[in-house]
Design a protein around this ligand. Structure first.
Ligand code: CTP
Ligand code: MG
Length: 239
């Protein structure tokens, strides 16, 4: 089987509040997504990478001018949710000849710290797996359920047992023939669609158990305003 990467890059970056989509915010001299794509370009096992952009995107070519060619594809088929963007990206892969037994490796544009070695490890650990899997970290922090108190302050209501909890990262890798129907099924109903925040959750909803492969603390998803400076510091220590 071949392995195709999908990079969902069609979000608006509301939480990052960067005055525009966070994937184009400059970090260590380049747009955030340019770092992500150059890491994926160094993964030899990938046959091609498809970036999913919003239909109204007018920034990608300017920020990532060298992306393109036989193994670097762009599709302006981003949807209203991440899951829709990924599902539409899979339709594009099928149109380009991808088969049900091929692997689809989904990686957030916003996880610009990813290292090729981590992607390789995930793919190596999953290649003989019937389901597929994801990078994730056993939860280190104590986990609190929170609620807004009478005074408006955030307050802990209970402590959730963390011993069986993992924090899911990307990449996540599944066979196209499993992931496509899983996302289609999850998106068909608004209640399940809202609960699908990664590929693995759609696979779990069909009763399968994705493999958890230990990821890395540096594989952060730039989400909040302060994450740009953190990503910048991490990238600079590698340069
Ligand atoms: N994404 C996408 N299509 C969407 C929503 C998100 O392709 N409709 C992508 C984002 O561009 C990002 C990845 O999915 O690379 C992870 O999503 P997230 O970190 O939530 O990014 P945003 O949705 O842009 O941020 P926010 O939720 O804060 O608005
Ligand atoms: Mg989002």
């Amino acid at each position: 089987p071949r392995c195709f990467a999908i990079v969902p890059c069609a979000g608006v970056g509301e939480r990052a509040a960067a005055g525009g989509p966070k994937q184009y915010h400059p970090v260590a001299g380049q747009a955030l997504v340019a770092h992500t794509l150059s890491a994926l370009a160094r993964v030899a096992r990938l046959d091609a990478t498809l970036v999913v952009l919003s239909p109204s995107d007018d920034q990608f070519e300017r920020h990532v001018p060298h992306f393109g060619g036989e193994h670097a594809w762009v599709a302006r088929v981003g949807g209203a949710s991440r899951a829709e963007s990924v599902l539409n990206g899979m339709d594009e892969l099928v149109a380009r000849g991808a088969q049900p037994h091929d692997w689809v490796l989904v990686h957030d544009a916003a996880r610009c710290l990813v290292e090729p070695a981590w992607v390789d490890r995930l793919m190596a650990e999953c290649e003989d797996d019937e389901v597929g899997g994801l990078l994730a970290l056993p939860l280190a922090d104590t986990l609190k359920a929170g609620a807004s108190g009478a005074d408006g302050a955030a307050r802990a209501t209970t402590t959730v047992d963390r011993r069986d909890k993992w924090a899911a990262q990307t990449p996540q890798v599944f066979r196209l023939g499993l992931l496509q129907p899983a996302l289609r099924h999850a998106l068909a109903d608004p209640v399940t669609a809202a609960a699908i925040t990664d590929e693995a959750s759609a696979i779990e909803a069909l009763g399968h158990q994705p493999r958890l492969v230990v990821g890395n603390y540096e594989n952060i998803k730039v989400t909040w305003p302060g994450d740009f400076a953190l990503a910048e510091r991490l990238l600079r220590t590698r340069a």
